[in-house]
Design a protein around this ligand. Structure first.
Ligand SMILES: [Zn+2]
Length: 341
């Protein structure tokens, strides 16, 4: 069956409801935007269907999602969101909801049961009262999953800040980049913890926020370039590494610092890859993707390998000293004033 057959206009829904009521079937109603359908939705709709004989789902229109959630949402257009919801075995019929709240639909169809997701407990008391008034019941179904569309979006944002190793991509908004600062992570931005994989151990080094803000203000783009041999050796996973970066990006982001990309080498020394510093793979790739020349590229790091890699790639290198990140940032700034503008 094509799920589209389950999507009904309001007028056809009127007929469907009348027929189901005539057959003495208990009708459940629920609604939502279902923007990025996830396990929590599927579990919730399955549980809702258990409470009734027929489940109808009103899916918020694009305009209503923009209004009540966020101007930039939804991600998925209403036609496709309705189609996906209709594809679930637990769902009998789907309709579009233009309204922000389901009150008028509830009064039109008077379902036996108005079912809400657990996280919406407070949000539609007026609808609940109206349902009780015509003799219907309200049920709240708790989701068994922690996930949400917003969390998925955060996750997608985080992952897209990471460069996938060895797959060439272009950074489309690179026009007009004044210069690029490639930053080593461990020992340069954050305290060096051997094989760091615990986000709780992320500790920014002195001067990092101020220094990065200055570089950013000078029109320089910031990217991280880091060896993560611990992944290749099996000491921690890529996901552990990403979780550490999430913590770092969050702390930097809270101060207005934006890291455009994270390049990482997940290989062990034995794998003899071309990305692990002092090899230049990550640097040449970053320069290509940001559309900058070696003269416009600065590498700030704390190790011999960083300095070697930067020099071999033809970049200007700045070594972190004992005084923290501030002096290194100042040096990059003064060097960047001399690049051809
Ligand atoms: Zn590598």
């Amino acid at each position: 069956m094509d799920p589209a057959e389950k999507i009904l206009s309001r007028e056809r829904m009127d007929q469907w409801i009348a027929a189901e009521k005539a057959a003495n079937r208990r009708i459940g109603f629920t609604c939502g935007s279902f923007d990025l359908l996830h396990a929590g939705h599927v579990q919730y709709l399955g549980a809702a269907r258990e409470l009734c004989d027929r489940l109808m789902v009103a899916v918020n229109s694009d305009a209503s999602v923009s209004r009540y959630k966020n101007l930039l949402r939804p991600i998925v257009p209403e036609r496709e969101r309705m189609y996906v919801v209709a594809g679930l075995a637990s769902v009998d019929v789907v309709t579009r909801m233009e309204e922000d709240r389901p009150l008028s639909l509830l009064l039109r169809w008077k379902p036996d049961l108005y079912i809400k997701g657990g996280d919406y407990a407070e949000d539609s008391l007026r609808s609940a009262d109206a349902v009780k008034e015509y003799g219907g019941k309200v049920a709240v179904v708790k989701s068994g999953f922690e996930t949400s569309s917003s969390k998925l979006m955060d996750r997608i944002g985080l992952l897209s800040a990471h460069a996938e190793p060895d797959i060439a991509t272009d950074i489309s908004d690179s026009q007009g980049v004044q210069g690029l600062v490639l930053l080593d992570r461990d020992g340069t931005l954050i305290r060096n913890v051997p094989f760091l994989h615990d986000p709780a151990k992320v500790e920014l080094l002195p001067g990092v926020i101020d220094g990065l803000l200055k570089l950013q203000a000078a029109g320089l783009r910031l990217a991280i370039i880091t060896n993560q041999q611990g992944i290749g050796l099996g000491y921690y996973t890529v996901q552990d590494f990403i979780a550490v970066n999430q913590r770092l990006l969050r702390e930097l982001g809270a101060h207005g610092v934006r890291i455009s990309k994270i390049y990482f080498c997940p290989h062990s020394l034995a794998e003899q890859c071309s990305c692990r510093k002092p090899a230049t793979g990550m640097i040449t790739r970053a320069m290509r993707e940001f559309g900058v020349t070696p003269e416009q590229t600065f590498l700030a790091g704390d190790s011999d390998d960083d300095m070697q890699a930067g020099a071999d790639a033809g970049c200007q290198t700045v070594r972190m000293g004992e005084e923290g990140f501030g002096p290194a940032a100042d040096l990059v700034l003064s060097l960047s004033r001399h690049i051809g503008r």
